[in-house]
Design a protein around this ligand. Structure first.
Ligand code: GLP
Length: 282
């Protein structure tokens, strides 16, 4: 887990962070992890009110959004000058479809806090010109100054965003075909009816994700344990896109005990985090 010398010299993070590449934080519960991630986002917004947030869907980040709403309502944080970019979107769902990711992001976070109108964006899976929509999305992220903090969940097959296995680790926003596994996993959002789950999606690429300043991947429960182990301890491979986190100089993986259960070095991660200088945050 020693930070490779070339990464140290390229990023200059050696003075700021302890010696891990992917930092693993094992928390007692999903609530603790959601609070930790929510706290990191609130700290970022208080340091940089114009911060650009990368917003994920799926069930995993919902507790983080609840935590942020609580902090917003308590007057601890404001999103008024911030921007948000969704990770991904289904192709072919009208934007007002309740399971379009645009609608989910709006419902779960954007309209519950004080984001300014039109400050939260998503790839346009309803566009007639899909390649142009993907290019426009990349440009919009760059024009906003890049994503400061990207929240990530992880699929059971190690997908991040909708970058399924065999996604180029340099990929940018583009159209992808979902695996049968992911469609089955996501059928729960479509009345458990596989036929309703779109087959295609737009997603920020792995390369897009790697451009964000800080990656915070969250995982809860035993069914994510293998994906978490592969992400942190496995070899980097496009077969498991989440392993690309190992290429990032500031990636944090926040997991509950069940999701951490397959990690060979779990005790070391706990010890490292317990002894981390408090001023570093995550
Ligand atoms: C979807 C999303 C991913 C998410 C994954 C895991 O496929 N595109 O961004 O990480 O689901 O979902 P969940 O958090 O519900 O387990």
């Amino acid at each position: 887990m020693t930070l490779a010398p070339e990464i140290v010299s390229l990023t200059g993070t050696h003075c700021r962070r302890v010696e891990v590449v992917v930092e693993v934080v094992v928390v007692p519960s999903k609530n603790d992890g959601s609070e930790l991630a929510g706290g990191a986002i609130a700290d970022l917004l208080n340091r940089k009110p114009t911060a650009v947030l990368g917003l994920a869907t799926g069930s995993t980040p919902l507790g983080v959004y609840d935590d942020l709403v609580r902090r917003y309502e308590a007057g601890e944080v404001s999103f008024a000058q911030a921007k948000g970019f969704a990770l991904d979107e289904y192709v072919g769902l009208p934007p007002n479809h309740p399971e379009s990711y645009r609608a989910v992001i709006k419902r779960e976070i954007a309209e519950r806090v004080d984001f300014a109108p039109d400050s939260v964006h998503g790839p346009d899976g309803w566009a007639s010109d899909i390649p142009a929509a993907c290019a426009a999305y990349e440009e919009a992220i760059v024009a906003a100054g890049g994503i400061d903090l990207q929240i990530l969940g992880v699929g059971t097959d190690g997908h991040i965003g909708f970058n399924e296995p065999i996604s180029s680790l340099a990929s940018l926003t583009r159209i992808k075909t979902l695996t049968e596994q992911t469609r089955e996993d996501n059928a729960r959002f479509f009345d458990d009816d596989l036929a309703q789950v779109p087959t295609h999606v737009l997603t920020q690429g792995v390369g897009t994700i790697l451009r964000a300043g800080h990656l915070v991947l969250l995982a809860w429960g035993e069914n994510k344990a293998e994906a978490v182990r592969d992400t942190v301890e496995g070899p980097i491979t496009s077969m498991i896109p989440s392993t690309a986190l190992q290429l990032h100089p500031h990636a944090t993986v926040v997991v509950d005990e069940a999701a951490a259960s397959a990690l060979a070095n779990r005790d070391h991660y706990k010890w490292t985090y317990a002894n981390k200088p408090a001023w570093q945050g995550i």
